[in-house]
Structures are given as structure tokens and as C-alpha cells.
Ligand binder design. Structure first.
Ligand SMILES: [Zn+2]
Length: 418
């Protein structure tokens, strides 16, 4: 698809094909009066000033701010059932221990593949409508090979169907199934489930919930070693509830990413820096659970690249809005707007292994971009809870506008009527 995007009041993007760390996490390239040229779905030119001659479709964004399409590197968007009563109980002051996952496991096992597709589709479309063009989705509510594979097939079907890139992660080690002894389940993961998932190409990554009450560091190491041997990338839910050494393990294995990190230790931070592991911080979860927030400045000053995600799931984070996570990162983690934008574009792309493909606006990358109803990128997290995405472009295709957005041009009838 060819496209010229012009009339860009401010274009804000990181540059490069690797995650940005330390001071570089806050260094954006900002152009004014800019344009982007797209050929065959790829960016071929980005510049300032007079727009180039271009034969083909053009999108005038009328002075708005443009950024790369956002990347949500951590969701559990495929599931059945609701845990609204757990949400309300927690709001009344009952402490979260993570036991609620099995509620969703029961509902997800009972749901058929088609039903899970129907349930996940509108969730993902709501993300897309907020400027998110790449979403990582984990399994982990099946806890049998058949049910985990069912979830991962749902991710693949929606990746084929929707104008979104979905990154599938196998997370059979999300909890322990009640019907299988613990040791036997770890063996099943290592000897049967991971080899089958890798053989059938159902996932790019393997993730383990390494925390108190979930998988020990030794169990997680065995599972991730098997996953790495089978050719899967590695992720760790690390040190969310207490410090158990999940970040140390992630760094030691040079995992692609370590997630949550509310209780990460100094040694864990050093290990992440040495392992080249991206820290995926999920401020929506800490916000919902009323917990503390991770030591963001320590991670950045140690040279750990930081990405942001929603952790969208029916229990600890019914937060589907990555822009809301961006606002929370400003208010609660003390990130700068530039750090936040890089954390939801290039660094988030690196957290899902797509830093060569998306996450920045420069020649060679796929033309995933968002025009925001904002003059500057700082306004995206500032208007908290509003959806400022005005136009979303994916692979050079301008997607239909959000159903509630005003007609482009600000006057006249919506030309989609009739
Ligand atoms: Zn998670």
C-alpha cells in the first residue's frame, strides 16, 4: 500500500533498531511540518518542510502530532468469563493473592475456540482504536496442552483477521492446574507442552510466572531452559508479589524481557542490564492492586531499557488502554513523556522481538503510525482517559476512524454514512 501522510505539525519518534537505554531512553527525534512517504506498506522517506510530489492516496493530518503505532508488549487478552466480583472485593480491602487465575482457567477451558475469538476480537479492536498496532498476547488460562494450544490458535486467527500484529506467547506456567501434582505439571511443561507448542509454531515466546505462590526460580529455570532449547524467546513475570530472584534469572538467561519488577533487587537490576533484558513495567496492575510501583529511575540509570504495557487481563489489570498506562507512568513512575513514548514504541517492540520491524518512523520500517488529536506528543498521556487517536495507519493502510470520532475536517457530514 502506498501513502503520503502530510500536514504533520509535530512528528515524534525514536530512531534505530535496538532498544534505547539510560539517557537515550529520553531522546526522541522531533520534526515539525513533516511528512511520511510509504511504498508497499514500508516507510521510504520521512522529512520536514515542503511535501514531495506523490501520486497516490494521501492523508492530511491537519497539523496534528504523529508517532509510531504503539506496541503493547504484555497482555492476557484471550480469556472467557469476568472477575468483576473479585475486583469489587479487592476494592473493599481484601488482599490479592493471585488465586483468581483459576477462575478464569475454568471459564476459558469451557469456552470453544470460536467463542474465544468472538470474545477477544472487540478487546483488541478497542486497543487498535487507541493507537496500538502491535499486541503481545499470552496463553496461560488453559493449563493443559489442548487448552493452551486452543488459546494460541485464537491469537493466530485474530492476527490473520485483524489489522494488528499479534505476538503469541506460551504461558502454560501461569499457574498450577488443580488436577495435576506440581512436579508432574512442570515435567509435562518441559517434556510435552513446550516441544509441541514449538513444533507447531504456535508461539514466539515462553513466559513463566516466577513468584511467591507460583513457580520457583528453579522451576522457572528448568521451563525456560527447555523453551530456549526449543527455539522460543524467553520472558519472565519477575518479582511482582515479592522478591524471589526472577529478575536475576531473566538476566542470567538473557531473556528478551522481564515483567512487573515491583520488588526487583539491586542485583536483579544489574543482571537485567548485563543480560540485555528489557524491563516491561505495567503501572496499570500496580494501580488496580493498590501496590507500590517499580524502581523506574534505578532501572534507567543502570542502563536497563524500559518498556510499558497494560498487562490487560480479567483479574489484576482490566486495563485495556495503553495510553492510560502512559499517563500512570508519568504520574506514578516519574517517567518523562519522551521516556514514555519510547517505552511504548521502540522499547516495547524490542520486548517482543520486533525492533527491526516497528517502533519507529524511519525508512525500512513498516508504516504503522498514529495521528493524535494533539499538537505535541506530551499531550497524549496528559489528557488522561481520553482517546486522542485520530487516525491509525497500519502497514500504510488508513484504518476506519474510531466510531465516536468526529468527521475529519471538522465540518460536514461523516462520509461513511449511508
Ligand atoms: Zn501478566
Amino acid at each position: 500500500m502506498n501513502l503520503l501522510v502530510y500536514g504533520i505539525g509535530q512528528l515524534a519518534t525514536p530512531l534505530g533498531q535496538e532498544p534505547r537505554r539510560g539517557a537515550a531512553q529520553g531522546e526522541l527525534t522531533v520534526l515539525r511540518d513533516a511528512y511520511v512517504v510509504v511504498r508497499d506498506g514500508r516507510i521510504t522517506d520521512v522529512g520536514e518542510g515542503r511535501r514531495p510530489r506523490f501520486l497516490g492516496p494521501a492523508l492530511d493530518v491537519e497539523g496534528r502530532c504523529v508517532t509510531p503505532g504503539l506496541v503493547d508488549p504484555h497482555t492476557h487478552a484471550v480469556f472467557a468469563g469476568s472477575r468483576v466480583q473479585e475486583f469489587l472485593a479487592r476494592a473493599r480491602g481484601e488482599r490479592y493473592t493471585g488465586g483468581g487465575i483459576l477462575t478464569t482457567v475454568r471459564a476459558t477451558r469451557e469456552a470453544g475456540e470460536d467463542e474465544l475469538v468472538q470474545l477477544a476480537r472487540p478487546r483488541l479492536l478497542r486497543m487498535l482504536a487507541q493507537g496500538v498496532t502491535t499486541v503481545e498476547v499470552k496463553s496461560g488460562y488453559g493449563l493443559t496442552l489442548a487448552d493452551e494450544a486452543k488459546m494460541l490458535r485464537v491469537v493466530r486467527r485474530l492476527d490473520d483477521e485483524l489489522p494488528l500484529t499479534l505476538v503469541p506467547t506460551f504461558m502454560g506456567a501461569h499457574a498450577f492446574p488443580p488436577e495435576v501434582p506440581r512436579d508432574a505439571y512442570v515435567r509435562l511443561l518441559v517434556e510435552e507442552m513446550i516441544p509441541a507448542v514449538a513444533r507447531d509454531g504456535l508461539a514466539w515466546f515462553c513466559d513463566v510466572f516466577c513468584d511467591r505462590g507460583f513457580y520457583t526460580v528453579d522451576e522457572a529455570r528448568a521451563i525456560l531452559t527447555a523453551a530456549g532449547g526449543a527455539g522460543l524467546g524467553l520472558k519472565v513475570h519477575a518479582d511482582e508479589l515479592v522478591h524471589v530472584g526472577g529478575a536475576e534469572l531473566a538476566g542470567d538467561l538473557s531473556a528478551t524481557s522481564a515483567e512487573h519488577l515491583l520488588h526487583v533487587s539491586e542485583a536483579g537490576i544489574r543482571a537485567l542490564a548485563q543480560g540485555g533484558t528489557v524491563a516491561v513495567l505495567l503501572p496499570g496492575t500496580a494501580f488496580v492492586l493498590g501496590e507500590l510501583f517499580p524502581p523506574l529511575r534505578d532501572l534507567i540509570s543502570a542502563g536497563v531499557p524500559v518498556a510499558l504495557g497494560t498487562d490487560f487481563n480479567p483479574g489484576s489489570s482490566p486495563v485495556a488502554s495503553l495510553p492510560l498506562a502512559m499517563s500512570l507512568a508519568i504520574l506514578k513512575l516519574g517517567m518523562s513523556p519522551a521516556e514514555v513514548l519510547i517505552g511504548t514504541t521502540l522499547n516495547a517492540a524490542a520486548a517482543v522481538g520486533l525492533e527491526d520491524e516497528v517502533g519507529s518512523l524511519e525508512p525500512g520500517k513498516r508504516a504503522d503510525l498514529v495521528a493524535w488529536d494533539a499538537r505535541t506528543y506530551e499531550e497524549i498521556p496528559y489528557w488522561i482517559g481520553g482517546n486522542l487517536a485520530w487516525a491509525v495507519v497500519r502497514g500504510g493502510v488508513v484504518l476506519p476512524p474510531h466510531p465516536f470520532s468526529l468527521p475529519r475536517g471538522g465540518e460536514g457530514k461523516n462520509d461513511r454514512s449511508g
